[in-house]
Design a binder for this molecule. Structure first.
Ligand SMILES: Nc1ncnc2c1ncn2[C@@H]1O[C@H](COP(=O)(O)OP(=O)(O)OP(=O)(O)O)[C@@H](O)[C@H]1O
Length: 248
C-alpha cells in the first residue's frame, strides 16, 4: 500500500523549474530520507506534498486519493503531519500539559462525544505519546526549560497527537547538540514501521540518514537523481559524480 505518491510533479517559478518532474512513492510503514545540497528543492517538495504550494503540473496522492487541489488542513485531516523549524510549544506549560492540549484539540475537533469523556482518556493518550518519544521522565518539566533535543521530541509528540499516518520531518536534528543526537535518533527511528506510519525526512546529517532510512531519495537541481536503498544510493556513480566535492 502506498502512503504518498508524487506523480510527475513540477513546480516552476516563471520558466525556472524548482521541482522538476519528480515521481516517487512512499510505502506504508516506510522511512524515506530526502537529501540533496542546499537549494536542491527539498523544502519545496515538502511544501508541495503538504499543500502549501500547488504544483505547476503533476499530482500528489495520499493513500491513493488525489489531494493535489486540497488545502494543507484538509491533508492534515487525511493523516498528513509535518514539523516545522519554528516550534509551536507553550513554554510556560509543562511537557505533559502541552501534549494533553494537543490530544484534546484533535479529539474535540474530531467528535463532540469526546468532550463528554473523561480527561483521563486524554491524559492516558498523552502519556502513551510521551512514552513513545521518550519524554516521560520530563513530563512535569516546563516546556521552556527543555534542551533543544528534548524540545524536538516534544514537537514530534505534538505532531503524534493528531494521529497522523504520514510524517514529514524537516531537518529534525537542526540546532540539536551532538550529545543529544543519539537520543533523538532513537525516537525518530521508531516513528515508522510497525505502526504502519510512514516518514519522509529531510536531513543533512548523513550518519543519521544512513542509520534510519529504508530508502534515500536524492534531489539535484529539483530533479530526482536516485531513490533506492542506502547502500545502492551511496554506490550510485551518478550520485557520486553529482556530489563530487559537494556535501550531501
Ligand atoms: N518562493 C520562492 N521564490 C523564489 N525562489 C524560490 C522560492 N522557494 C524556493 N526558491 C528557490 O528554489 C530553490 C530550491 O529551494 P528549496 O528551499 O526548496 O531547497 P532546499 O533543498 O530545501 O534547500 P536547503 O537545504 O537550503 O533548505 C532555491 O534556489 C530557492 O532559492
Amino acid at each position: 500500500m502506498t502512503a504518498v505518491t508524487v506523480e510527475s510533479v513540477s513546480w516552476r517559478i516563471g520558466a525556472v523549474p524548482i521541482v522538476d518532474d519528480v515521481t516517487l512513492e512512499l510505502a506504508a510503514g516506510e522511512f524515506m530520507a530526502l537529501i540533496g545540497p542546499n537549494g536542491a528543492g527539498k523544502t519545496s517538495l515538502f511544501n508541495l506534498i503538504s499543500g502549501l504550494r500547488r504544483p505547476s503540473s503533476g499530482r500528489i496522492l495520499l493513500g491513493g486519493g488525489d489531494v493535489t487541489g486540497l488545502a494543507p488542513y484538509r491533508r492534515a485531516r487525511l493523516g498528513l503531519g509535518r514539523t516545522f523549524q519554528t516550534s509551536a510549544v507553550f513554554g510556560s506549560l509543562t511537557v505533559a500539559e502541552n501534549v494533553a492540549l494537543a490530544v484534546q484539540a484533535r479529539r474535540g475537533g474530531a467528535a463532540r462525544a469526546w468532550r463528554r469523556r473523561s480527561d483521563r482518556q486524554v491524559t492516558a493518550r498523552a502519556g502513551e505519546i510521551l512514552s513513545e518519544v521518550r519524554l516521560s521522565p520530563r513530563a512535569s518539566a516546563t516546556a521552556g526549560s527543555l534542551a533543544h533535543g528534548e524540545k524536538r521530541k516534544l514537537e514530534i509528540a505534538l505532531l503524534l497527537a493528531a494521529e497522523p499516518n504520514v510524517l514529514l520531518l524537516d531537518e529534525p536534528m537542526a540546532g540539536v547538540s551532538a550529545e543529544e543526537v543519539p537520543a533523538l535518533v532513537a525516537v525518530i527511528r521508531d516513528l515508522a514501521g510497525g505502526s504502519g506510519r510512514s516518514v519522509l525526512m529531510v536531513e543533512h546529517h548523513m550518519d543519521v540518514v544512513l542509520d534510519v532510512a529504508d530508502r534515500i531519495a536524492v534531489l539535484h537541481h529539483g530533479a530526482l537523481l536516485a531513490c533506492d536503498t542506502p547502500g545502492a544510493v551511496m554506490a550510485d556513480p551518478f550520485v557520486q559524480e553529482a556530489y563530487l566535492g559537494e556535501s550531501l
